[in-house]
Design a protein around this ligand. Structure first.
Ligand SMILES: [Zn+2]
Length: 447
């Protein structure tokens, strides 16, 4: 007899116990794997332009094996049915720009510096464990975590602990230390006689650049993260200026090495010469990209460069409006929206990123969706930026970010239609990762 579990939203349900463990360690595709059926009135599959209605998703082990109209076929005798009622089911979301080792940069709480100067390594790890769980609770079943901000190779261990089932968390692509140049990353502003820790591995010259990439790749980096711009300010005409960091030669050494390992390079670049060097040096993804010229858009299209804008984070922690830094903060936001719209219109490949960690993990990661819509994406495009498009960025098209046969069983559900209001994605009420139900309740606040 089929065991049917109806999940009522807003109520804590202990659905984890029964389903989870059986599905967990069963090999995908084997005939004796437990079959789980997830039914919902509405399904957004991550690639199609329109939602489907009254569908069921058939899962064996950790993979989806069929997606079909509900009740269109007889179920195996032992199948378990999870009926999500009127909910909308989507693929597990993907955030392509996170920092699990950062806990916001609130100046009143000590900003960035306190985390490197006063947090013991064990404390940073403890909080990163919570950040990873927090991502999963919010429906992000995959993240590309773009450097640990002075916490060494901590991300490699967190990823391993998640993959071994020691702690809950999303699938992770990690980038370890990141690379910048001397004078190209905090901590800074201290007495020159004092040696302070740095949030990035600082190199000078192509030889050091390649060596840093080799070390990081050898120790577990899935992506190499490079800072191509650092400080930013407004010039006398009110234009945003960003200090370039690595030279094209330094970047080329990193890109060449990383591509040789079959891995990719993500480049933090705001605008100007640093962004130009990022493109000339062959970066695979431009992170933030606050201001992008038409010629740079064309170059991105030609080279197939990804764009991972992070709109919402620049709305936080503004300095006062009458200060130089306050004016810069407001200019960044104004430029970023324009760049986003231009890239979208031109057809640049775009993936969802938030820079969460730059803001607190207790805030909704999904607040980025409404910014994407504000600056021109349809709700469906915004959802796809965090599903099939981000999967493509990670080289995992068809495996994650999609509800289709062959994909991992990473599913979420929300109570109402996200195409009518993307803000419902802030309240994900059902999360399944790798065929295992992680939660089926309202999200509890993180510490
Ligand atoms: Zn970042």
């Amino acid at each position: 007899m089929n065991r049917i579990i109806f999940l009522a939203f807003g109520v804590l349900i202990a659905a984890r116990a029964g389903l989870t463990q059986e599905a967990k360690h069963t090999a995908a595709g084997t005939s004796d794997a437990a079959t789980v059926i997830v039914r919902a009135q509405s399904l957004i599959d991550g690639t199609s332009d329109k939602p489907f209605h009254n569908m069921e998703i058939v899962i064996q082990g950790n993979r989806i094996i069929d997606v079909r109209p509900a009740k269109s076929q007889a179920l195996p005798a032992a199948a378990q049915v999870i009926d999500l009622g009127t909910a909308t089911v989507l693929p597990g979301l993907i955030d392509a720009h996170t920092h699990i080792f950062l806990q916001g940069e609130d100046p009143a709480a000590g900003g960035y510096d306190v985390q490197l100067l006063k947090y013991p390594a064990s404390y940073r790890v403890a909080r990163a464990v919570v950040s990873a769980r927090r991502a999963l609770e919010q429906g992000f079943t995959s993240i590309r975590d773009v450097e640990t901000e002075g916490a060494g190779y901590g991300d490699v261990g967190i990823k391993r602990a998640i993959n071994e089932g020691v702690i809950p968390g999303p699938r992770m692509w990690v980038s370890t230390l990141s690379i910048s140049s001397t004078g190209g990353y905090p901590l800074e502003g201290y007495a020159p006689e004092i040696t302070v820790p740095k949030g990035s591995q600082l190199i000078d010259g192509p030889v050091e650049a390649r060596k840093a990439a080799r070390e990081q790749l050898d120790k577990g980096a899935d992506w190499i993260k490079v800072y191509m711009t650092h400080r930013s300010w407004l010039d006398a005409q009110g234009a945003l200026v960003s200090q370039p960091t690595l030279t094209v030669e330094e970047l080329k050494a990193i890109v060449d090495e990383t591509h040789g390992w079959g891995r990719k390079v993500a480049c933090h670049a705001y605008n100007g010469p640093g962004l130009q060097r990022a493109l000339d040096g062959g970066c695979d993804s431009i992170e933030h990209g606050l201001e992008i010229t038409d010629a740079q858009i064309s170059q991105m299209l030609k080279q197939g460069t990804w764009y991972v804008p992070t709109l919402q984070v620049y709305y936080t922690d503004w300095d006062p409006a009458d200060t130089d830094s306050g004016k810069r903060d407001r200019k960044r936001v104004a430029l970023h929206g324009v760049a986003f719209g231009k890239a979208l219109h031109a057809g640049v490949k775009m993936a969802f990123g938030t820079d969460v960690g730059g803001f607190k993990w207790s805030e909704p990661i999904a607040q980025e969706f409404s910014r994407e819509v504000e600056f021109g994406m349809t709700p469906m495009q915004a959802i796809q930026s965090a599903t099939s498009r981000a999967a493509e960025l990670l080289g995992r098209r068809g495996e994650i970010g999609v509800v289709a046969p062959g994909a991992y069983a990473d599913l979420i559900a929300v109570a109402s239609d996200p195409l009518a209001d993307v803000n419902v994605l802030k309240t994900v009420q059902f999360v399944m990762k790798d065929g295992v139900v992680f939660q089926s309740s309202a999200v509890a606040a993180a510490p």
